[in-house]
Design a protein around this ligand. Sequence first.
Ligand code: SAH
Length: 297
Amino acid sequence: MNASYSYFPVLVAYDSRVSCCYAATTTTSRTSHHRSIVSLSLSFSSSNLLFFQNPNFLTGNNTIFVTMQRFCSVSGISKNKAMVERLQHFGVITSSKVAEVMESVDRALFVPSGSAPYDDSPMAIGYNATISAPHMHATCLQLLEENLQPGMHALDVGSGTGYLTACFAMMVGPQGRAVGVEHIPELVSLAKENIQKSAAATLLKDGSLSVHVGDGREGWPEFAPYDVIHVGAAAPEIPQPLIDQLKPGGRMVIPVGNIFQDLKVVDKNSDGSISVRTETSVRYVPLTSREAQLRSY
Ligand code: SAH
């Protein structure tokens, strides 16, 4: 059977073999004029958690499958724009600004060659790290959008491929400041190469976007305080230097936990106090030392 694979971000599974959050796979057949879903395959073991972001999934009606069928018949699924539209279709992206920036920064420039750039899945990038799935990038951009206005400062801790750092830079613009910190020097070089090929290239050249080698647990004091701090790796607890470098009115998004992790939204109030809430459950690689990461934790 000539089958194509696409991802359905409403239903999210966690797999202990993959250190990141990813979405379930749907399989569609191209053998008939009316493409139909022939299976919904989920890769999970007894140690996995499965949860439903969309309560409609539990209602027992077939609306969701009709929706999936319509979605799976979209042609050009392999294009960046189609990926963004898919995330909009399923309500992961609701902001036009986030859609715009994800359309302008082509994900294909940031994933390893040979991998499927628009699949809603995390991918290995070497050094025991991954690029997060598109729906996680979209979720974080949505959460941070209001603090990514032109002229604002954003810090991306564990910047990896540089994808989100580039998105932040596009949003805060040339008057703003987007800073990536990553502790694997080879990934910093890779991120710069990726960004140079992307829509954010001029921002890197002009210096409003920069990527640095460093321990992200210490933040990057040079350009603090930040309106946004995004942490792309899971910390056992929120590092104090990151709280200190957050501007009053600023927002941090950080996965916290070990095996079971919560994506925390940390808001610094005008009096300097902190409000923390949990957005969702996630699975990220650890925010750790370089040595621990390179010896597989
Ligand atoms: N957000 C990035 C990468 C996510 S993987 C992307 O989507 O491309 C998490 C990244 O955090 C890895 O690149 C890893 O090397 C980095 N990392 C882990 N601990 C770190 C630390 N203490 N300081 C800086 N970077 C760290």
